[in-house]
Design a protein around this ligand. Structure first.
Ligand SMILES: [Zn+2]
Length: 436
């Protein structure tokens, strides 16, 4: 087994891959016995860069405690086999949205199972202050749901399952969105026992940026389709969306918590040194490498425990991720990306939608839409989405001569939303706020 694992890791390093996750039987839909990731160790020069950067940030007072909350635009490329929407590999919108929700919980310490963190590490588990939103603008500036469904047959791509080499050489370059504006996530059936892998962030001062670092044609995260999200088509063991949480951790510069070596170093002083990876759902404490009495931090997202048994990032891990977001190519520009703002829709000045008002704004729940010169006789469609792109309201009503429509949104929580108004003459998107 060890030989096989070493061979797998060696092959992965040769093909320049990163973080190939979870070895399992080749049958695509089979359940891996436990989580295994073939991530090669981050090179020492990356660690030197990271260490220097953290020290420089501390010296200048610019640390992870600067209290910047990041919001990273995401595009999810769903690679399918010509399946109907929601069937087989063509995951439903709900499944994709559930993954975004998981990320927004795990990276904000809003996950319900954060309460399970042992008392001794309650002070170490942190809110990483990173949010994720599905893109509303595609690279051409057109409106998008942030879910890019690709029928591989129309691209003449080979039949799944896909090898990591094939994904990196063919699927990624032919589907990737601008890495300076989007976190690219591909969801597809992977072969060779891989259930996910990521690219590491490139650091501009480093030489030899090849292999495991992301490039303009490879940067991002790949997740096995039935380990993505927490509703829908899911493997029973990896059904909490933690594969993406783990892989995005690598994508933001994190190592495995055991340092990919016996009693290795993950360059985080607040995560105990531990022997190796933990599988399944261990009991607390698991003492190894003389790390008693508390033992391994097996509930960390960067260990190999099952989805329901990992539920924290540490403060030092946050510092590394914030350092990456503050200083590395591709990642820095993501924080400033406007890809989660809907495109400005040009409305013909003669269109009935040119004279449109929504009020009150902010509203407590009832929103009036007034189309001052209503001419369309067909239906008027109202669609409301929240800031991560999830549809929260959809209504279609017959046009009326007054152009006066009332939307009852009292069941929505406080926050910012976008309403899309669509008539026979066109459509328009307006931002509004619910405040009570
Ligand atoms: Zn990993």
């Amino acid at each position: 087994m060890k030989k096989i694992l070493l061979l797998v890791m060696g092959v992965m390093m040769l093909v320049g891959s990163v973080s190939a996750q979870r070895k399992m039987a080749p049958k695509v839909s089979s359940v891996p016995a436990h989580r295994i990731c073939g991530t090669p160790t981050l090179p020492d020069d990356f660690e030197k860069w990271m260490d220097d950067q953290i020290k420089a940030d501390r010296a200048s007072g610019n640390t992870g405690k600067a209290h910047v909350v990041y919001t990273l635009p995401v595009v999810v490329h769903v690679i399918h086999n010509g399946n109907a929407l929601g069937a087989s590999y063509n995951l439903s919108d709900a499944q994709v949205l559930s993954q975004i929700a998981v990320l927004n919980e795990d990276y904000r310490k809003l996950n319900a199972d954060a309460s399970l963190v042992p008392t001794v590490w309650q002070g170490v588990a942190v809110d990483c202050e990173i949010n994720f939103c599905l893109a509303k603008k595609d690279p051409s500036g057109a409106a998008t749901t942030g879910i890019d469904r690709i029928n591989r047959v129309t691209k003449s791509w080979t039949a799944p399952p896909f090898s990591q080499t094939y994904v990196d050489a063919t699927i990624k370059p032919n589907s990737i969105w601008n890495v300076n504006k989007y976190l690219n996530i591909w969801v597809c059936p992977l072969s060779g026992g891989l259930l996910g892998y990521a690219t590491f962030p490139p650091a501009s001062t480093l030489s030899g940026l090849t292999g495991s670092y992301g490039t303009t044609t490879t940067d991002g995260v790949v997740i096995q389709y039935n380990a993505f999200g927490r509703v829908g088509t899911l493997d029973a063991t990896y059904n909490k969306g933690r594969s993406a949480t783990h892989e995005i951790g690598h994508w933001l510069g994190l190592r495995h918590i055991w340092g990919d070596a016996n009693c290795g170093n993950d360059y985080c002083t607040d995560t105990p040194t531990q022997q190796t990876s933990n599988f399944g759902c261990p009991n607390f404490p698991q003492v190894t490498c003389s790390n008693g009495p508390n033992g391994d931090m097996w509930m960390n997202y960067m260990d190999y425990t099952d989805d329901p048994c990992m539920y924290m990032f540490s403060a030092n891990q946050k510092t590394r991720m914030v350092t990456v977001l503050t200083h590395t190519p591709f990642r820095v520009s993501l924080a400033a990306s406007d890809a989660c703002n809907p495109p400005v829709v040009a409305v013909n000045e003669n269109s009935e939608l040119a004279k449109l008002a929504i009020y009150p704004n902010p509203t407590r729940g009832e929103l009036t839409v007034l189309i001052a010169e209503q001419r369309s006789k067909g239906n008027v469609n109202f669609r409301v989405v929240n800031t991560i792109g999830a549809e929260v309201f959809n209504s279609s009503v017959p046009a009326n001569a007054s152009g006066n429509y009332k939307l009852n949104l009292t069941n929505l929580s406080q926050g910012f939303y976008f309403v899309e108004i669509r008539t026979a003459e066109g459509r328009r998107i307006e931002k509004f706020q619910i405040a009570r």
